[in-house]
Design a protein around this ligand. Structure first.
Ligand code: ATP
Ligand code: MG
Length: 560
C-alpha cells in the first residue's frame, strides 16, 4: 500500500473535508445549508468492501459536519434489480453503523421530473432528438482534432419536442432515437460532445413496470436526483471526474431546486480479489462460491460471516483514507485491521484443529481437575472461565515429532512441554498404527507444576494448547485463503475466472474445542490460542459447531 494513502490521524482533514469546510465558510452557494450527502447504490448486487469505503465517506462526511446523508437506490436502469438486493443493502449499511433515518429514496421516483427537465432543455434549444444509431454515433464521434457530427443537431425545437413525446409513448424501436444534450461537438472532453441523455429501452422496470420505455442516462439523471434531494455535496469515485463538467452543465441549465457540488475520490481496490458486482454475481451464479455471503467474498455479508466486525471495517476505511489516486490496497492490511480489533476484544479459547491424543500415563484414571483461565488478557473485565484437565487430552498432531529437529520445542521423546495453564509434562513416546501413523502420544506430568510454572525455575521452551478429551465438543473448522491466486485477477486482458484459487477453502472436520463455547450466540469471535481468530458460522446446528477462521494470528502486513 502506498504510504501517501494513509491519512495520519490527528492531522488536518482530507481534501473532501477541506472542500466542504471552504464551501460552508464561503458566502453564496452553501451559505446556511446543512451538509447533505447521499450514498447511491445501484440495487443490482450486494455491497462490497469498496462500497464500504464510499459509505464511510458519504455518511462519515455528513457526520463530521453535523449533516445528514440519504440512502438512494440508483435504479434508473431497467435491468435486473431485486428486492433481495435492496434489503441486503440496507442491512449492510445498518450493520456498518450508519443511519439514513427516514431518507430512503428511489431514483426511479423522479422519472417524471427528469422527463420534465429534459423537455425544459429541448425548449431552451439545449437538447435535440438524434436519429443516429449507436453505430453511427460511434462512427461520428470524431477524435481529438475532429469534432463529432450529427445531422439532427439543428432540427427545430418543435420537432424535437414532438419526437421526444413520441419516444416516450413507445412509437419508436430501441436504438432508433436518442435525446442528446446540445453542448459542444468539438469539446476535448468527449462526455461533453452532445452526450445522450435519454435512450429507448423497452424493458420493464422493477418499480415502474411498463410505464416507461425511455430511460435517462446516468450523467443526466444523477445531478437531478442530487438536486431534488437537496444534496450539497455529491461524493463519488474518480471515474466520474471527467463527467463533472456535464454534471455542472445539467445543474446550470435546468431549473434545479439546488446546486450540488460533485467531488471525486479514488476507488478502493484490494489485491487477490475482484470488486465489481457483475463479477461477484458471476462467482455466485456459476457456483464458484456458496453465495454472496461466502466468507471468501469481499462482500460486506461475506466479510461479516467471515468474522469481520463493523469497527474493523470502519477503521480500515478510516486508515486507507481518501485520495485522488487509484491504487490497490493489500488484503493483509484489511486483515491487520481485523486482527487489531479482535486482539483487543475476542475471548481466548483452546481448540485443537488436527487432534492426536496425549495420554498422561501417571495421571490417575478417572481423576479430573479444574483450572480458572482468563478470558482475555487484554480485557480483564471479561473475567475468567473454568477448563478441565484429565488423563487424556487432545493436542495438535503437528505438536509431536518422533525425533527432535533443531529449533523444535514441542513434543518429542524426552522433552518437557507446557500444557498451557495446566501442567508441565514430559513426552515419553508414542503408539503408531500399522501404517506408521501416530495414534497416541505419551507423557508424564509433574504434579509440582500445577498452573504451568516450574517451582525450580527450570526452562521449558514449548507451550502448547490442548483440550480435555473427557470434556470437549467436536467442531468443524473452515480455513480460508485468497479466492484468487493472482494479485490482480481482472486487470487488462485477464479473465478473473482463470485465476480462481482451488485451495481457497480447507475444511477440517475432526476438531476438538473446549466446552465453554457451548450456547454462544452469534456472531461471536474467539481467538483460538496459537491458531488464529475464528467465529461461529451460521451453519452450526445444535452441537455440530462450525467455525470460520477470520484471520490468522501472524500479521502479514508490513509497515513501510
Ligand atoms: P460495481 O462495479 O461494483 O457495480 P458501481 O460503482 O457500479 O460498482 P454502485 O452501486 O453504482 O456500484 O456504487 C454506489 C457507490 O459506491 C458509488 O458512489 C460508487 O462510486 C461507490 N463505489 C463502488 N465501488 C467502489 C469502490 N471500489 N471504492 C469506492 N467506492 C466505490
Ligand atoms: Mg454500477
Amino acid at each position: 500500500m502506498a504510504e501517501d494513502m494513509i491519512t495520519t490521524e490527528g492531522t488536518a482533514g482530507n481534501f473532501i473535508e477541506n472542500f466542504i469546510t471552504e464551501d460552508i465558510a464561503e458566502k453564496g452557494r452553501y451559505e446556511g445549508k446543512t451538509v447533505h450527502t447521499r450514498f447511491p447504490p445501484e440495487p443490482n448486487g450486494y455491497l462490497h468492501i469498496g462500497h464500504a469505503k464510499a459509505i464511510c465517506v458519504d455518511f462519515g462526511m455528513a457526520e463530521k459536519f453535523n449533516g445528514i446523508c440519504n440512502l438512494r437506490m440508483d435504479d434508473t436502469n431497467p435491468t435486473k434489480e431485486d428486492v433481495e438486493y435492496i434489503d441486503a443493502i440496507k442491512e449492510d449499511i445498518r450493520w456498518l453503523g450508519f443511519d439514513w433515518e427516514d431518507r430512503f429514496y428511489f431514483a426511479s421516483d423522479y422519472f417524471e421530473q427528469m422527463y420534465d427537465f429534459a423537455v425544459e432543455l429541448i425548449r431552451k434549444g439545449l437538447a435535440y432528438v438524434c436519429e443516429l444509431t449507436p453505430e453511427e454515433m460511434r462512427a461520428n464521434r470524431g477524435d481529438l482534432t475532429t469534432p463529432a457530427t450529427s445531422p439532427y443537431r439543428d432540427r427545430p425545437i418543435e420537432e424535437s419536442l414532438d419526437l421526444f413525446a413520441r419516444m416516450r409513448s413507445g412509437e419508436f424501436d430501441e436504438g432508433k432515437m436518442t435525446l442528446r444534450a446540445k453542448i459542444d461537438l468539438a469539446s476535448g472532453n468527449f462526455s461533453m460532445r452532445d452526450p445522450v441523455i435519454y435512450r429507448i429501452n423497452k424493458l420493464p422496470h422493477h418499480r415502474t413496470g411498463n410505464e416507461w420505455c425511455i430511460y435517462p442516462m446516468y450523467d443526466f439523471a444523477h445531478p437531478i436526483e442530487d438536486a431534488i434531494e437537496g444534496i450539497t455535496h455529491s461524493l463519488c469515485t474518480l471515474e466520474f471526474e471527467a463527467h463533472r463538467p456535464l454534471y455542472d452543465w445539467v445543474i446550470d441549465n435546468i431549473s434545479a431546486p439546488a446546486k450540488p457540488r460533485q467531488i471525486e475520490f479514488a476507488r478502493l481496490g484490494i489485491n487477490n480479489t475482484v470488486m465489481s458486482k457483475r463479477k461477484l454475481r458471476q462467482l455466485v451464479e456459476d457456483g464458484y462460491v456458496s453465495g454472496w455471503d461466502d466468507p471468501r467474498m469481499p462482500t460486506l455479508c461475506g466479510l461479516r460471516r467471515r468474522g469481520y466486525t463493523p469497527a474493523s471495517i470502519r477503521n480500515f476505511c478510516e486508515k486507507i483514507g481518501v485520495s485522488k489516486t487509484n491504487s490497490v490496497v493489500e488484503y493483509s492490511f484489511l486483515e491487520h485491521c481485523l486482527r487489531d480489533d479482535l486482539n483487543t476484544n475476542a475471548r481466548r479459547v483452546m481448540c485443537v484443529l488436527r487432534p492426536v491424543k496425549l495420554v498422561i500415563t501417571n495421571y490417575p484414571q478417572g481423576q479430573s481437575e479444574t483450572f480458572a483461565v482468563e478470558n482475555n488478557p487484554n480485557k480483564p473485565e471479561d473475567g475468567s472461565r473454568s477448563i478441565t484437565f484429565s488423563r487424556e487430552v487432545w493436542i495438535e498432531a503437528e505438536d509431536f515429532l518422533e525425533e527432535k529437529v533443531k529449533g523444535y520445542n514441542r513434543f518429542y521423546p524426552g522433552n518437557e512441554v507446557r500444557l498451557k495453564s495446566a501442567y508441565i509434562v514430559k513426552c515419553t513416546g508414542c503408539k503408531k498404527d500399522e501404517n506408521g501413523k501416530v495414534v497416541e502420544v505419551y507423557a508424564e506430568y509433574d504434579p509440582a507444576t500445577r498452573g504451568g510454572d516450574t517451582p525450580d525455575g527450570r526452562k521449558v521452551r514449548g507451550t502448547v494448547h490442548w483440550v480435555d478429551a473427557a470434556n470437549c465438543l467436536d467442531a468443524e473448522a473452515r480455513l480460508y485463503d485468497n479466492l484468487f491466486t493472482d494479485p490482480e485477477p481482472d486487470v487488462g486482458e485477464k479473465n478473473f475466472l482463470d485465476y480462481i484459487n482451488p485451495d481457497s477453502l480447507n475444511v477440517l472436520r475432526d476438531c476438538k474445542i473446549e466446552k465453554s463455547v457451548e450456547g454462544a450466540s452469534m456472531p461471536v469471535s474467539y481467538q483460538f490460542m496459537r491458531l488464529g481468530y475464528f467465529c461461529m458460522d451460521k451453519d452450526s446446528k445444535g452441537d455440530a459447531l462450525v467455525f470460520n477462521r477470520s484471520v490468522s494470528l501472524k500479521d502479514g502486513y508490513k509497515k513501510k
